[in-house]
Write a protein that binds this ligand. Structure first.
Ligand SMILES: [Zn+2]
Length: 344
């Protein structure tokens, strides 16, 4: 029988301090040239070790500086010298690169890293790519002058990358779309359609990660304005349920998302966020188990994947490690409970 509740992480893990400054987003590399290449592979080895009790492993984003910009850096048509200040997710200002011409992907971005990770583990690998809408939202567009047009272009490039990752042995390809929680009209008009374009023709499983962001101040301040009930998911779930995406990754623990909203995506696999990435407090296994039990009311047991709410890149390494241990132990508690019930 297949193991119930395979655990996973949403994506990033803290980087070792010898490769980049810890507890920081967009942290610059400390090595260069061949040393950096070797350092990235060592960091991938370490991140697999950190995920020794995680059933579905990722690269922990050890080879990229940022989940969106690293992919964009490899595209033609984007000028990283020409920067403009935009409001990301309608929330915080950031200096971002500019789209100056037709975008294209001259060569694969992550495929060599994925091949290396594949050579180091027999576990299923999940690989995260930025979603088309979130990419558009992290740029200034001086060429297409249309968020939708640019998103369709990105969806095509992501599809090329995803196909190569699949061929390299990646089992699940995930698209990170935190922008889905902000721009509901666009999500309905073209956001989900672009996502389906990005997964066209893939045979591996596909996932979309929709969260309330990393535990950085701009996000925690924004969350304070959302009130007692966060019903954002309600806007997108009905359409997402009908989409071709296999897995939906959500923020649940310590969020104000009414858990019953998950019913709206019944039939999909759900990566249930049972680890708060905006707090240094390490969850107890029992807290993780409680989140899984609550979600089980709305997700079939064979479709529930306990997970982190979001990436853990900004956390201290010992905190992230503690949280991964709690995730594994919490999933095991509920597995045992169900096995006992089945016997009774
Ligand atoms: Zn996230």
């Amino acid at each position: 029988m297949k193991k119930l509740f395979p655990t996973a992480t949403a994506g990033s893990l803290p980087k070792p301090s010898w490769i980049a400054e810890p507890e920081k987003l967009w942290s610059p590399w400390k090595l260069e040239g061949q040393e950096l290449l070797d350092g990235k592979q060592d960091a991938l080895r370490v991140s697999l070790q950190e995920q020794k009790d995680t059933d579905i492993v990722s690269d922990g984003e050890q080879t990229r500086q940022h989940f969106v910009t690293t992919f964009i850096e490899h595209l033609d048509g984007v000028d990283f010298e020409k920067r403009e200040t935009v409001k990301i997710r309608d929330r915080y200002e950031a200096s971002v690169p500019t789209v100056i011409g037709p975008v294209s992907r001259p060569k694969s971005v992550f495929v060599e890293d994925a091949k290396f990770l594949r050579s180091q583990t027999d576990k299923p690998i999940k690989w995260a790519l930025p979603g088309p809408m979130t990419m558009v939202d992290t740029l200034y567009d001086a060429h297409y002058k249309s968020r939708e047009k640019l998103a369709w272009e990105f969806a095509g490039l992501l599809n090329q990358e995803a196909k190569e990752l699949e061929a390299a042995g990646v089992n699940i390809i995930q698209f990170d779309e935190p922008a889905f929680n902000v721009f509901f009209d666009e999500v309905k008009e073209w956001g989900i359609k672009c996502l389906e374009r990005a997964i066209e023709g893939l045979k591996c499983e596909t996932a979309v990660h929709i969260c309330y962001g990393y535990g950085i101040k701009a996000n925690t301040d924004w969350k304070k304005t959302l009130g007692n009930e966060w019903r954002q998911y309600e806007e997108l779930f009905p359409q997402l349920q009908k989409s071709n995406i296999d897995i939906i990754s959500l923020e649940c623990h310590n969020s104000h998302v009414p858990i019953e909203l998950i019913e709206l995506v019944r039939g999909k696999k759900v990566m249930v966020g049972a680890i708060d990435v905006a707090s240094d407090k390490v969850e107890t296994p029992e807290e993780v188990a409680e989140t899984i039990r609550k979600a089980l009311q709305y997700v079939d047991a064979d479709k529930l994947l306990p997970c982190t709410n979001c990436g853990m890149a900004p956390l201290a390494r010992h905190v992230a490690r503690g949280k991964l241990d709690a995730l594994a132990a919490g999933a095991e508690i509920v597995r045992k409970e169900l096995a006992e019930k089945a016997k009774a």
